[in-house]
Design a protein around this ligand. Structure first.
Ligand code: LMR
Length: 397
């Protein structure tokens, strides 16, 4: 039989945990798994600016007929400006954009585009990285290599080892870089480290592919995009995969964007046609609803301001959660220096505990974290932080 040749594959290492958590009947269970933002009460509300934009779109829409294959202009223009910021005016004719089904869609289409342009060339991802990078990039036929990035036991970046590895990477390789709020570590390069990385990319003719899934969740939308903008200003070719899941709270609407910076305007038009063909042969065209919402929020000064305030509040809450956990761990284990948790950015930190310890957290304390020991700090609040710290502290090295 045709399909009896197929085995059952394990559930996704992150998304699979949603079902496990839901099935746990414990009343005091804590979910620190999937990267979804939650407020103090554990809710993921529709953002106010998003709800207002959506109401207006539903009220005014006259049709649901097809839109252009790269997405509606109402999304493409403001989204391109949000990402490129003040660098846009100098590179406008070289910077193309398409609406994609989430950041995942952008990573997949971008990888396929790279594979068409440079068959057989590899993409470098950080070690560790978000596990789905492997699926999306190798699923597009692009071989994957890793470069050193972070020591999860000592809790620090391995910048020299990363630089040494990139210096040896063949010219024309793709380098996947997370713009801000690194997933799963929370550890971002600082300005001197980014400077060194951009210098290597330029000198060694490597093509950066920025994964920007958390613009605004670290510090603010401009600072979180600073190094993407520096790359756009300095390098001849750049790819960006942007997600609107977290910063617009549009998770299930699957809204993202692929941007490509090319050497000249003619190459930019050629890439646009290739992206159109890739999307046509995979999903024909992107879902438009989330993109229209984002476009509306960004184009309306009042909604845009409301959105910026809401993203800022999320970033503040995540920093508060970091401070709270670091302090509670310090109380529980005065021998440990946990200041790295506070210094990191975004939703995630990597505890650096082994798989058995992760399992014990789940079985003995009903605290769910990802198997690589990643925690989502948005799952913490003033009520559960002490309990979580006391369960984690004895397991930390
Ligand atoms: C995560 O890393 O948990 C999120 O980005 C959700 C996902 O798709 O893995």
């Amino acid at each position: 039989m045709t399909f009896s040749t197929l085995d059952t594959v394990p559930s996704d290492s992150i998304l699979g945990l949603m079902a496990e958590f839901q099935a746990d009947p414990a009343g005091d269970k804590v979910d620190l798994t999937v990267g979804v933002y939650r407020d103090d009460c554990g809710r993921t509300p529709v953002m106010t600016a998003v709800a207002r934009a959506e109401e207006a779109i539903v009220r005014e829409q006259a049709s649901k007929a097809y839109l252009p294959v790269l997405g509606p202009g109402e999304f493409l223009e403001p989204m391109r400006a949000l990402i490129a910021g003040p660098t846009l005016s100098a590179i406008e004719s070289r910077l193309g954009i398409a609406l994609t089904p989430g950041g995942c869609g952008a990573l997949r289409v971008g990888a396929e585009l790279f594979g068409l342009a440079q068959p057989g060339k590899s993409a470098y991802v950080s070690s560790p990285t978000w596990p789905n990078h492997y699926n999306l990039i190798s699923g597009a036929g692009v071989p994957i290599e890793t470069h050193p990035y972070y020591d999860p036991v000592q809790h620090h970046l391995e910048m020299q080892a990363m630089a040494d590895c990139l210096e040896r990477a063949p010219a024309g390789s793709l380098v996947v870089l997370q713009a801000a709020c690194h997933n799963p570590t929370g550890a971002d390069p600082g300005p001197p480290e980014w400077r060194a990385i951009l210098d290597i990319l330029g000198r060694r003719s490597l093509v950066p592919f920025f994964d920007m899934a958390y613009q605004g969740m670290g510090v603010d939308p401009d600072e979180d995009a600073a190094f993407v903008r520096a790359a756009l200003a300095e390098l001849p070719e750049v790819l960006v995969a942007a997600s609107c899941s977290k910063n617009f709270g549009l998770y299930r609407e699957r809204t993202g964007a692929l941007l490509w910076l090319t050497e000249n305007a003619a190459a930019c038009r050629a890439v646009a046609s290739q992206v159109g063909q890739i999307t046509r042969r995979s999903y024909s065209m992107p879902p438009a609803h989330g993109g229209l919402i984002v476009g509306r929020v960004l184009a309306d000064p009042k909604l845009r301001e409301a959105w910026r305030r809401e993203v800022a509040a999320m970033a503040v809450r995540l920093r508060h959660a970091r401070r709270g956990l670091a302090a509670a761990l310090a109380r529980a284990r005065p021998d440990l220096d946990c200041s790295w948790i506070e210094a990191q950015r975004g939703m995630f930190s990597l505890l650096g505990i082994d798989a058995e310890a992760v399992q014990r957290l789940r079985e003995e304390h009903h605290i769910y974290i990802v198997g690589d020991s990643r925690i989502n700090l948005a799952g913490l609040n003033d009520e559960n932080t002490q309990l979580v710290a006391e369960a984690i502290a004895p397991l930390m090295r």
